[in-house]
Write a protein that binds this ligand. Sequence first.
Ligand code: ADP
Ligand code: MG
Length: 223
Amino acid sequence: TQQLLLQSEKLTVAGQLAAGIAHEIRNPLTAIKGFLQLMEAKLTDDKTYFDIITSEMDRIEIILSELLTLAKPQDMKFVKSDIEQILESVKTLIDTQALMNNIEIITLYETNIFSIFCDENQLKQVFINFLKNSIEAMPDGGKITIELRSHGIDKLKLLFIDEGSGIPDHILNRIYEPFFTTKETGTGLGLMISKQIIENHNGTLQIRSDKKGTIVEVILPIF
Ligand code: ADP
Ligand code: MG
């Protein structure tokens, strides 16, 4: 029953998104079609059109792969997992990218070992989303801190603290909107999907920000 509930929740989101998705996919496709027509009209050695076509194709792929996280409810697999292990594997995945941007990722774990009931891949995707956002907000490098502590008797609290540009007040209430992005090549899907996944895990997501940076707070039930 819980599985069914999760599925129907996800489908509702997918349904709400349909119109927006169609629109977002149509824009790059229109560009591709236009450039193909230009190529047909005057065949030259110029490869510029090919570059644009390739990058627009990449964009479609990124958007679709982010959406696949939501569109494949049958792939959800909830198992008992160790949150610390999940965080460590996420850190390993993202560390190279962080180092290339002069960013150090620091982890502060409380000594307790926390088990949670979760879909590991989906949670990993969520944490990668947060860390990518932090890296993208820190062009001059700096430090990202991941904190794990207990919260009450039956929950854990996870904090992702960065030293980035922060989120201006007037856009803070828009960051979960599908396709809302302040980045030239952003998809604006990361936080919307992350919020959905955390809520599917009976958790909460809160993001606050000031001039010193951004704090992403996740609360999840302990198994
Ligand atoms: P995307 O990263 O593709 O833009 P997201 O849904 O991940 O989409 O984020 C939406 C927006 O929220 C970003 O474009 C950015 O403006 C803001 N944002 C999210 N995380 C951070 C952060 N750690 N620091 C500053 N801004 C952030
Ligand atoms: Mg993002």
